[in-house]
Design a protein around this ligand. Structure first.
Ligand code: C5P
Length: 413
């Protein structure tokens, strides 16, 4: 019988591209944090650190910055921090907030909702899951006050890893040692895995299109658009995070493949349609790609030469409409088909008209008069009930909100 060993790359897949906001408070175990950052980054996670004043007594901001490859945030009132990255954004642009080490003091502040420095303010402002890795002297850990605070935090759904038992830096022996780095990594891994396995979209399959298409003129030239693929990729990741089995069909982009998503890379609209058809059947379709409306009718296999004075005329022909094709009534029509409408005027009216014209269930309409490709999006979700206008959000937040709406809809229908 073959011996069961660790599955190579298992952690890597789950933690890849995860954004971890690591809050380092002041315990001797902070000396383990550089190794923790190294291990998380090895698995493809992005780590951004917030260092408390007492944490900085044990580990330097410079070493955390060097290992995380990012700025270390320390000051609540630093104007630079506030203008570049407010504490609200800091706490929300992460997939999870990890407090390691978590001292008795920071646990108490969390339990009472205090916000007297950047770390506690970010913890109070976050809408993301929080995990703590407690680290303190055994008497402090066992103290009724700490245990009461712990109960409050657990009751609020905060995740915990450790503490373990053993020799402590203070010379005493007992509970309170911060979990080992490998155990913290495994706890994060387990958190993301269990969210996928038990998420509200588990058992559902989804197709997402993303990015631009490139329509060849000849072997070296093509017609394209400025779509970055950020929104479509974020939607694929958000659906996967809620447990859906996701296929992402993407045109050429600079975006990394979202973790745990099957990605098919294509270039042209026709290839995109073929890949989408091959991925059938699926329960949910989200067409976020900026598919070229036309392709060159007679693209050549050899490079067009500059000859004479007359520039070559390009004759265009219409591309297949992938969204309309998927939304066509039929026995394999997905349960929910969602399209995007990038508009420069009358955003809601044009979005509603598109919803009817393409027979899709929902349209996410956005104003692109300021251009494509930014990090935020201001959208209106148009359904049979009308238009719901969302505030300007990061593309990731738009994706998470849309995925939550999809899960709510699927689970009540
Ligand atoms: O017609 P328009 O391009 O404005 O429609 C936008 C919506 O239709 C988007 O959801 C886009 O992904 C989808 N679309 C498509 N195939 C096309 C053109 C648009 O799937 N050829």
């Amino acid at each position: 019988m073959a011996l069961e060993g660790p599955v190579p790359g298992r952690h890597k897949i789950v933690l890849e591209n995860r954004r971890i906001l690591l809050i380092v408070s002041g315990g001797i175990a902070a000396v383990k944090v550089p190794d923790l950052i190294r291990r998380l980054r090895e698995r493809g996670a992005a780590v951004r650190c917030v260092l408390t004043e007492s944490g900085a007594q044990f580990v330097t901001p410079m070493s955390l910055a060097a290992l995380s490859g990012d700025k270390v945030f320390q000051d609540l009132f630093s104007l630079t921090d506030e203008s570049e990255m407010g504490h609200i954004n800091l706490s929300r642009e992460a997939d999870i907030v990890l407090v390691a080490p978590a001292t008795a003091n920071i646990m108490a502040k969390m339990a009472y909702g205090m916000a007297d420095d950047l770390a506690t303010t970010a913890l109070l402002a976050t809408d993301k899951p929080v995990m703590i890795a407690p680290s303190m002297n055994v008497m402090m850990w066992e103290h009724a006050a700490t245990q009461a605070n712990l109960a409050t935090l657990l009751d609020r759904g905060i995740h915990i890893v450790g503490p373990g038992a053993g020799d402590m830096a203070c010379g005493e022996v007992g509970n309170g040692r911060m979990a080992e780095v490998a155990d913290i990594v495994a706890a994060l891994d387990g958190f993301f895995k269990s969210r996928r396995e038990h998420g509200p979209l588990s058992g559902q399959s989804a197709l997402v299109t993303s990015g631009p298409t490139h329509e060849p003129i000849d072997p070296v030239r093509y017609i394209a658009n400025r779509s970055s693929g950020k929104q479509g990729h974020a939607i694929a990741a958000a659906l996967a995070d809620l447990g859906a089995k996701v296929t992402l069909v993407s045109g050429p982009t600079q975006e990394p493949d979202p973790a745990g998503v099957t990605v098919t890379a294509v270039e042209t609209a026709e290839q995109m349609l073929t890949a989408c058809t091959a991925a059938k059947p699926f329960d949910i379709a989200v067409c976020a790609a900026a598919v070229a409306d036309w392709r060159v009718a007679d693209s050549t296999t050899s490079k067009i030469k500059k000859t004479g004075d007359t520039p070559p005329a390009l004759s265009l022909t219409e591309n297949p409409d992938i969204l309309a094709t998927l939304a066509k009534a039929g026995k394999d029509r997905p349960h929910l088909v969602i399209g995007f409408a990038a508009e420069t005027e009358n955003v809601i009216d044009n979005g509603s008209a598109k919803r009817n014209a393409k027979n899709c269930d929902w349209i996410v309409a956005n104003d692109v008069s300021a251009g494509f490709g930014g990090d935020s999006n201001t959208v209106h979700l148009i359904t049979e009930d009308g238009a719901d206008s969302w505030p300007t959000l990061s593309k990731q937040a738009v994706a998470e909100r849309l995925a939550t709406h999809i899960a709510d809809h699927i689970n009540k229908s």
